[in-house]
Design a protein around this ligand. Structure first.
Ligand code: PLP
Length: 390
């Protein structure tokens, strides 16, 4: 495909996307297909000979769209809203234009720098304490999902405890024994991604009971930590949720912060689901106590008009995340990284490679403005918030 054909096909694709959105209301949200339907429609092997783009486009209509669940439909009420928007789509198109893989600053300086800037913007917009912003010891990073955000926070928490014992001169064998005694806590309402993270990180996990409003209380965690310490376990991580998946319940974050004071427990706040509402000052009181947390995460790709995958994670002390996740083989070394003047986001996440995702956030923030995003939340989600969050 040369540039001129790309131009033609690109215009056609944008026209098709517009038609899709114009007619979205007419689609049944759930496709009417049987398991394995696609295998019957597609060849058994990848094509040996090149095919015409007309044939490929035709298959979008006849084979792909029939199997789509229409998440962007106004009639979609399953799971959670995953709002995409036209500025978000355009942001992704520009990201695809560059096709850069921004794992180190030098691999595309703008990819890193725009991400740092927009996450500071978003952090300020949702009323996050300034200690989470990049001009201090903290900073934000875009993860693909809240599950990855939780996992990297847990890994940093685990490393912080192990490093403490290492500094006391424990041997490798003793450190291994310590790591087997680590325990993380959530509530019975915490998203299953925490349990999964503990399975991956090989940390014990306990789900604690909540009050009648499905909120985790400080006393519950305090008693549990004391009991576990007396039995030789090492508490290292506590997940507080602002907006649980089942009922949008909010844990008492201030109480949780009080309960772990003076311990080595890392407080992570999962606001993946409902955190977008925090762009409205009238909901920012839910952040009470978050200034004492170690990390905070919410999914812009849920209510905030930004296409999947934009899960925003902020940490209070980026050094802890970086020291837990840095590994620098020879081929990743470069003068910019060694200067200490730049961030390398590969050290803040699981994979090495990363897309230029901040572009879509930047497009969304600029196209709607803070005012437009607040209006969106108030208009589209107000009934939901009144019912659940208040
Ligand atoms: N935490 C909460 C509160 C959620 O509601 C969800 C998903 O709905 C998640 C975590 C997991 O999100 P992700 O799919 O981004 O991993």
């Amino acid at each position: 495909m040369d540039i001129e054909e790309f131009r033609k096909r690109g215009y056609e694709a944008v026209d098709r996307i517009c038609k899709y959105y114009k007619e979205l209301d007419n689609h049944n949200v759930l496709p009417n297909v049987r398991p394995g339907y696609l295998k019957e429609l597609l060849p058994k092997e990848a094509p040996e000979e090149p095919e015409s783009f007309d044939a490929i486009q035709l298959d979008i209509e006849t084979k792909i769209i029939p199997g789509v669940t229409h998440w962007q439909s106004p009639n979609f009420f399953a799971f959670y809203p995953a709002n995409s928007s036209f500025p978000g789509i355009l942001g992704d198109m520009y990201s695809d234009m560059f096709g850069c893989v921004g794992f180190n600053w030098i691999t595309s300086p703008v990819c890193t720098e725009l991400e740092t800037i927009v996450l500071d913007w978003v952090g300020k917009l949702i009323g996050l304490d300034k200690t989470f912003l990049s001009d201090g010891y903290g900073g934000g990073v875009i993860q693909g999902t809240a599950s990855e955000a939780t996992l990297v926070a847990l890994i940093a928490a685990r490393q912080r405890v192990i490093d403490k014992y290492k500094a006391e001169g424990l041997t490798e064998e003793q450190l291994y024994e310590i790591s087997n005694r680590l325990i993380a806590y959530g509530s019975t309402q915490t998203h299953s991604c925490l349990k999964k993270a503990t399975m991956i990180a090989n940390v014990r996990f306990r789900a604690l009971s909540t009050d009648e409003k499905f909120s985790l209380r400080g006393n519950t965690i305090k008693c549990e930590i004391e009991k576990d310490i007396s039995q030789g376990l090492i508490p290292c991580f506590l997940n507080g949720t602002i907006g649980t998946t089942s009922s949008a319940a909010v844990d008492h974050i201030s109480e949780l912060a009080d309960a772990i004071q003076g311990t080595d427990v890392w407080l992570h706040i999962d606001a993946a689901y409902a955190g977008s509402a925090l762009v409205c000052p009238e909901y920012q009181h839910y952040l009470d106590g978050v200034d004492r947390a170690d990390s905070f995460n919410f999914n812009m790709h849920k209510w905030l008009l930004t296409n999947f995958d934009t899960s925003c994670l902020w940490v209070k002390r980026r050094k802890l995340l970086i020291s837990a996740l840095t590994i620098t083989p020879e081929f990743l070394k470069n003068p910019a990284s060694e200067s200490g003047l730049v961030l390398d986001y590969r050290d803040w996440q699981l994979p090495l490679g990363r897309r230029f995702r901040s572009l879509k956030i930047w497009f969304v923030l600029r196209t709607y403005g803070a005012k437009g995003l607040r209006e969106h939340i108030r208009k589209v989600y107000s009934q939901y918030i009144i019912t659940y969050l208040k």
